[in-house]
Design a protein around this ligand. Sequence first.
Ligand SMILES: Nc1ncnc2c1ncn2[C@@H]1O[C@H](COP(=O)(O)OP(=O)(O)OP(=O)(O)O)[C@@H](O)[C@H]1O
Ligand SMILES: [Mg+2]
Length: 619
Amino acid sequence: MKVGQEVESPRDSAREERDEVAELRAALAREERISSALREVGNALGTTLDLDDLLELILGRLTDLLEADRCTLYLLDQAKGELVSRIVIGEQVRSIRVRVGHGIAGTVAKTGKAIRLRDAYTDPRFEPEWDLFTGYRTRSMLAAPLKNHMGRTIGVIQVLNKTVGEEFTAEDEAILSALSTQAAVAIDNSRLFLSLIQKNHQLLSTKEKLERRVADLQLLNDLERAMARAESLDDVTRAALSALARACQAQGATLLLAEEDTGDLVQFVYDADRPEALDRFGVKAGEGLSAHAMSTGETIELADAQVDARYHARIEGRFSFPVHSCLVMPLSNEQVFGALGLYSKRGGRPFEEEDRSLMGLVGANLSTAVRLYRASVQRERGQRMTTIGRLLSQVIHDFKTPMTVISGHVQMMTSADDPAVRAEHAAGVLKQLEMLTAMQREVLDFARGERRIFVRRVYLNRFFDDMKKQIEQYAEGHPITVQFDIDTKVTARFDEFRIARAVQNLGRNAIEAMGEKGGKLHVYARMDGDDLLIGVSDTGPGIPEEIQGRVFQSFVTAGKQGGTGLGLAIVKKIVQEHKGSIVVRSSTEGATFELRLPQGVQIQSVLPERGVLADEPSI
Ligand SMILES: Nc1ncnc2c1ncn2[C@@H]1O[C@H](COP(=O)(O)OP(=O)(O)OP(=O)(O)O)[C@@H](O)[C@H]1O
Ligand SMILES: [Mg+2]
């Protein structure tokens, strides 16, 4: 109570006191409302960093506290020199842009000072466009700057149309200024936080992108390595399908291929549960998802493949797991030649963009691999045909000995009455027929892509007994002595038919070299360390000078009629197949050929020719 100069009546002073109390109460209530609003905002600041949530809360509290109809918050876009409203409280949420320096809010942003108007339309700075546009009628107005802790204006808060009373009061301005400080703090914090989040997001997505690139490269690297190791189309397919299924977390993958010559479709099925068993079967055109994708040239993507009309139980139902999602993509070089498929992404999810891009990568690699593979099959087929021709000529060359021996036996048989002698000649014929059959088998095996040598334990005495008989038969009519020195206690491991051919060739050459003049043919066999030595020696004129050093080459022949020059080339090849070696010593006194067959080495009984595989489809 003021100490006044005049004495007041007790009634007056009582009324004044009542008024004063009421005023104080009202002020207290207002302070409480403000402080509760500040507390609320403060709490929210501590618990949420979502800018929109915070601003909505602040503006909501402000609208209540200031008894306003609307409340708008503008944030300053420094770069563009514009205020942008983030939130409009009222019926609608819209975005408004105001140029700094224009209109009421723009002026507040420029000057940093609050503006309070009883009737906006009386102020020349007011721009009524927004009212015209929305049909809203602005009357009273209060706009205050939002200043951050550095005192820099970062936006403007504007309240419109006081609902209780005609205009906003100085007190309202004070409340607005208190809350706008809070709002500025919230915005600053939140911006800081957002920029951190954004940075984090950027970093994360860069990291993810990098990881994906690394994964892609890893996949391609794995694929390339697997394909380089692959010896067959099955290997290539398994490598590609398993890598793709792993990278895309699919339970299964398929490759459909159209055969080059016939267009027949073959589907390969890779099941992650049985990775070793690559299933392969024929498919009719338009049968199943892959054949569909292939015929339309379009990618098929399904969340539940089994309910799709194109799903075919015989084809897609082959997996050990139930098929749900699928992604099937046609494959093309110049034209569509197949389709890749992925089935049942793990976790019951559908396939995604990333899977499609990985599939595209693998598909491109597979296309190249298939093209190269087909080209190499073509090349190998051509090579095989050439080799078959060569082999045939060799075999036909070696038919000569058994044919001569057979005809000898048959002549003897016709003149022999004794059944025992006849039986002996019959056995001789049979032996030569066996030889011919073995040679025939050699050609046919090779035509199928196999090259076998049958290494077995052989009794030398039995083997060379047969050899001796054949060579003697061949030498008949020549003044030639045939001598065999064989270590008969010895057994050795070699391919009987092939070494017989080699010895026959050497024997025949020796006999031909000695010719009419005759001489001595000496055949010997013994162990030399771990090697079996077989020698064929004669007392002929020795190797003609003009071909010395070249005798083992094909078509090198000298001094004989009808010689093909294949005999010694065949001998050398047979020795090489046994991992052995052959040498020749020659002088005017005669020639000696010596074979060395190592017994300690392991010789595979099946030697696949490089790149030629048995039963490979003509894809
Ligand atoms: N024991 C040998 N003494 C002297 N020359 C030999 C002897 N063996 C081979 N030759 C020479 O080596 C050449 C090549 O022998 P090879 O067996 O490869 O073919 P070819 O005997 O001429 O023909 P084919 O075997 O078809 O009858 C012979 O033509 C011959 O001149
Ligand atoms: Mg010969």
